[in-house]
Design a protein around this ligand. Structure first.
Ligand code: HEC
Ligand code: HEC
Length: 338
């Protein structure tokens, strides 16, 4: 049975200026078998014009003080919207952050954002990189001025909202439309689960899936490959001594906990972990086997490490490769229009 689930967007009563045509609504599709997303564009009707404007803003360097850094500088499509080749992010004046740029996809299912969950709403999240002195170091007043002076932007805002007023809230809503549409659901694993063409798994991959379910899925929960909880997976704190979730809640029990990341698209998102300390999946598996650093908040599931035979390792790595979604990183819809 083929059932297409769509999120009810609700009718929005807007009265556009007579000269401005109403924006074209987009139905957000939940991939078959996936749970309901947390963010459902409530109070932010998803439209073609809104998505396109959000995309333009995402790739616009004028959102930074120096007009050199866009969201897309640190979140690149060929890297599943992570930043390849950087362990930690590089922002304005080549200032260096302390954390690895995470990939951006399936964000509507996240309950909280950032490695430490410091922000809990997709429409609020961009304030952080925009104002962060080592990322874009800009303020909304300046951005709005720059966009008002542009020949194209006022028209684009009018097409979405019915009038050409440019506000921080409108900027944030359209960015959320673009980011919310970044759904990655066409990996081999997805096709296997939906019994679609291209989803035939090899014996090694199927064996790997079983090993994954036995050892990893408690935290990296299917189908998003994260349960979005905060956990300490035994990384030894580095010199910057990033306390993760503990930095936000100030609770001793949250020290060194980080958000469980998805394991989709790992082929494109090296290096791994919140500080990008591992550049290969072999190094990640070595960590889980023999590198677990014991501390008060270490997750009990990992107190004895995860020991796999060489064959199990090979099969698990084969399975992890089935989570790469090439259609996602090549999808023209998400590309910058020049
Ligand atoms: C200088 C590099 C840089 C720039 C520019 C940047 N980001 Fe990020 N982004 C990061 C880093 C690093 C993190 C992780 C920060 C953390 O966890 O503390 C992040 C995290 C995020 C997250 C949370 C993802 C998750 O899994 O929780 C979202 C969403 C995001 N960025 C969107 C944006 C948007 C939108 C912009 C532009 C307004 C932007 N970023 C600009 C580096 C950057
Ligand atoms: C107790 C929960 C838990 C278990 C079990 C677990 N992980 Fe993780 N994993 C995490 C957390 C938390 C992180 C992020 C840690 C950080 O960066 O500080 C993580 C990070 C990762 C990353 C890095 C991803 C990225 O984008 O940076 C990979 C790869 C990974 N785990 C693979 C696995 C595999 C494979 C298994 C099973 C062999 C496994 N994990 C078992 C909690 C877990």
């Amino acid at each position: 049975m083929y059932m297409m689930m769509v999120v009810a967007l609700g009718l929005y009563a807007c009265h556009p200026d007579p000269v401005v045509e109403a924006a074209k609504e987009i139905q957000f599709e939940i991939p078959k078998g996936w749970p309901q997303p947390v963010y459902q564009f409530e109070n932010n009707p998803l439209t073609v014009e809104g998505f396109e404007l959000g995309k333009k803003l995402f790739f616009d360097t004028r959102l930074s003080r120096t007009n050199t850094i866009s969201c897309g500088t640190c979140h690149q499509q060929f890297s599943a919207f992570a930043q390849i080749g950087h362990d930690v992010s590089h922002g304005v004046d080549d200032k260096i952050g302390i954390r690895n740029s995470p990939p951006l996809f399936n964000l509507n299912w996240h309950t909280r954002f950032f490695w430490d969950g410091g922000v809990n709403h997709l429409e609020v999240q961009p304030i952080n990189p925009i104002q962060n002195p080592v990322e874009m170091d800009e303020n909304f007043g300046n951005i709005i001025q720059k966009l008002k002076n542009d020949a194209d932007y006022p028209k684009r805002f009018a097409a979405v909202f019915g009038n050409d007023s440019i506000t921080s809230q409108r900027i944030l809503k359209t960015l959320a439309q673009f980011m919310g549409m970044l759904v990655s659901s066409h990996s081999k694993y997805d096709k296997y689960m939906r019994q679609e063409a291209g989803g035939e798994m090899t014996t090694a991959e199927l064996n790997g899936l079983q090993i994954f379910r036995n050892h990893c899925a408690a935290c990296h929960k299917e189908p998003l490959f994260s349960d979005f909880s905060f956990r300490n997976n035994g990384l030894k704190p580095s010199v910057v001594n990033d306390s993760g979730r503990g930095h936000v809640t100030l609770q001793p029990s949250d020290m060194y906990l980080f958000k469980v990341p998805s394991l989709r698209n790992l082929l494109y998102t090296s290096p791994y972990m919140h500080d990008g300390r591992f550049s290969t999946l072999e190094a990640v598996l070595n960590h889980y086997a023999t590198g677990i650093y014991s501390s008060a908040t270490l997750d009990p599931l990992l107190s004895n490490g995860i020991n796999l035979t060489p064959q199990e390792r090979k099969d698990l790595l084969a399975f992890l490769q089935t989570l790469n979604d090439e259609e996602f990183i090549r999808n023209k819809r998400f590309q910058e229009q020049r």
